[in-house]
Design a protein around this ligand. Structure first.
Ligand code: GUN
Length: 286
């Protein structure tokens, strides 16, 4: 069997086209242009690329977009003061502070400072709590992107055995909740899981987000399973690879996401969706 390659670029493009149309309609109806502020602190090259891509995506969809680039030695209080201004700015509906932050800044404080209504990453404790309760406006972008890919390919998690590898606050934990909400039976595996392969071999859907190149091997995957690879790892030769050993797994899985071109393009698309949602909610609240 040869797996279906889940085309995140194509799905992402379709969703962005829909968002562009919906944004034009929203602007026409309300006179409000959705606005996103992205804050980048320091010189992390990967973060700079992400921020640039977010800005471009905003322009493409028709959003107002601001990028705030602050130096590596920015003081925490100055970043918090900027967030106060953005929280109060009516042009801005979504705020994203690119992580990781330099070590003098407490990321937790920063996340709590962003108004929950503008927290398009869905990292604020209020939004995390809402996700647990199934009562949310925003979903964190990467797990939401995974769900959108499953939907686009008609893969219904209901009743399936799903294994999420990784328990980060950004991906693993919310991913498990989203699958649970869609009636999957979910197991979360992590670095301390005993006999990880015994779990993955039973899984109908595996979401791997552990940050280790080619960690998930073909002999850990059940024939016919779906493998969603959230990893983006840079190899010594400069090439990107995921957390799954892609080629051998394509021989036995029913579907798999490539890296690059799988989950990656979906993340920014979901950020755009959250920004439009935030703008819609702000108009309702007026
Ligand atoms: N750094 C890596 N992924 C993310 C993300 O989804 N949001 C933010 N703010 N920073 C990140």
């Amino acid at each position: 069997m040869s797996a279906t390659i889940i085309d995140g670029k194509k799905v992402s493009k379709n969703i962005r086209e829909t968002l562009k149309t919906e944004t034009a309609e929203f602007v026409q109806k309300t006179g409000v242009t959705p606005g996103l502020a992205v804050v980048l602190v320091g010189n992390d090259p990967a973060s700079a690329v992400y921020v640039r891509n977010k800005h471009r995506a905003c322009e493409e969809i028709g959003f107002y977009s601001e990028v705030h680039e602050l130096p590596e030695d920015t003081r925490e209080e100055d970043l918090l003061a900027l967030l106060d201004r953005l929280n109060a700015d009516p042009k801005i509906h979504g705020i994203l502070v690119q992580l990781p932050l330099p070590k003098q800044i407490d990321a937790d404080k920063v996340i709590r400072k962003i108004k929950p209504e503008k927290d398009v990453d869905a990292f604020h404790p209020e939004n995390v709590g809402r996700i647990m309760l199934g009562n949310y406006h925003f979903l964190p972008c990467t797990p939401a992107g995974v769900m959108a890919l499953l939907d686009a390919y008609g893969i219904d998690p209901a009743g399936k055995d799903c294994v999420v590898i990784g328990r980060s606050n950004i991906v693993g934990k919310p991913q498990a909740f989203l699958l649970l909400e869609r009636n999957a039976t979910v197991t979360i595996c992590h670095s301390r899981t005993a006999d990880l392969a015994s779990h993955t071999k039973r899984a109908d859907i595996i979401v791997v987000a552990i940050g280790k190149p080619r960690f998930l091997k073909a002999d850990m995957v059940k024939p016919g399973a779906v493998v969603i690879d959230v990893g983006i790892n840079r190899l010594p030769d400069g090439k990107l690879c995921g957390d799954a050993d892609f080629e051998p797994i394509t021989e036995l899985a029913s579907a798999i996401t490539p890296v690059p071109g799988g989950v990656g393009p979906m993340t920014i698309t979901m950020l755009m969706k959250n920004t439009l949602t935030a703008a819609r909610e702000s108009v309702k609240a007026d």
